[in-house]
Write a protein that binds this ligand. Structure first.
Ligand code: RRO
Length: 308
């Protein structure tokens, strides 16, 4: 029988599956539900210093293939998530996701969590596409370098990760990789956030399926699997010493297998969990196990990064 055990830095996970930030991670009852699932770990909604209600509704839409969202960072504020993690029983690590909408506020958050030993490997979201008038930080290379040097390095002294948007040109992956290499506390990258600013039109209403930002929103679901795989593959190749967390388009054990094949340490699932519920985690883990058994792989290391 094969094993799904996954080593991520100092953590040993019983399988390589997590929710994605924003799905089953905003309220404590959702996080409690995630804790009770079969997942190897979990992640909170991206938090800001204070709570936010988010964008005008409807801001989320999905069908059987895709999702489009412009949630606008609704969250309960950093303390809510930090306290939740502090009080969590042992058994499943919970990654704190932090959104940057304002450098000074993020500096305050980082100073606050720097002293807390129960916060491990926060995921810093530099790719939220849904704040009106605000560029995704990870597409602004100078702004990203400034942020990492003057906000992150100055206020947080422990290992952390970045949640990145999709990149569509290898030259951009090289540019971002150069920036990341000069910040040794970056130990993981989550690839990818939703594909920003897409437009899905309802033929009956002749308008978008969501309201904020004139209908533009972040795309998740089946269509983004090949984009995610390409980003995981390229970043892993460029930065082999860094853990890459695969996120995008996963709905089956086969999809998890593909993410790990191109180098992912573990994976996060968003749209599909929202659509099908948390029971799908166990099914997806079993599908992965069955593929490994068929191929004769005993552990995830037997094929991780072995894309031919
Ligand atoms: O809350 C959102 O609108 C949101 C965030 Br912070 C993000 O990182 N990605 C996304 O698709 N939506």
């Amino acid at each position: 029988m094969c094993s799904l055990v996954t080593r991520f830095r100092s953590l040993i996970l019983h399988n390589p599956i997590s929710n994605a930030a924003g799905v089953f991670g905003t309220h404590t009852d959702e996080l409690d539900q995630m804790f009770r699932t079969h997942s190897g770990l979990m992640v909170t909604k991206s938090a800001t210093l204070g709570s936010r209600v988010g964008n005008k509704w409807p801001a989320y839409w999905e069908n059987s293939q895709i999702s489009v969202n412009s949630m606008g960072l609704p969250n309960n504020g950093i303390e809510y998530y930090v306290d939740y993690i502090r009080d969590l029983p042992e058994g499943k690590p919970c990654i704190l996701s932090i959104a940057n909408i304002d450098n000074e506020q993020t500096a305050d958050i980082l100073q606050y969590i720097n002293e807390l030993d129960y916060i491990k490997y926060p995921e810093i979201n530099v790719s939220c596409p849904n704040i009106e008038g605000k560029e995704q930080l990870a597409y602004d290379y100078e702004g990203l370098e400034y942020f990492l040097t003057n906000i992150l390095d100055k206020n947080y002294t422990k290992p952390y990760g970045l949640k990145l948007p999709p990149y569509f040109d290898p030259v951009h992956i090289d540019l971002v990789s150069d920036i990341i290499e000069s910040h040794p506390n970056i130990v993981f990258l989550t690839c990818i956030n939703s594909v920003g600013n897409v437009l899905h039109i309802d033929i009956d209403t002749e308008s978008s399926v969501i309201i904020p930002k004139s209908g533009l929103g972040g795309l998740g679901g089946d269509y983004i699997l090949p984009i995610a795989l390409s980003n995981v593959y390229q970043f892993k190749k460029r930065l082999p010493h860094i853990d890459i967390i695969g996120c995008g388009g996963i709905r089956s054990g086969e999809d998890v297998f593909k993410h790990i094949l191109v180098g992912a340490t573990f994976v996060q699932i968003g749209t599909h969990l929202n659509r099908k519920g948390l029971g799908s985690i166990e099914r997806i883990a079993e599908e992965l196990r069955s593929i490994m058994n068929k191929k004769g792989y005993q552990t995830l290391d037997d094929f991780r990064g072995h894309y031919k």
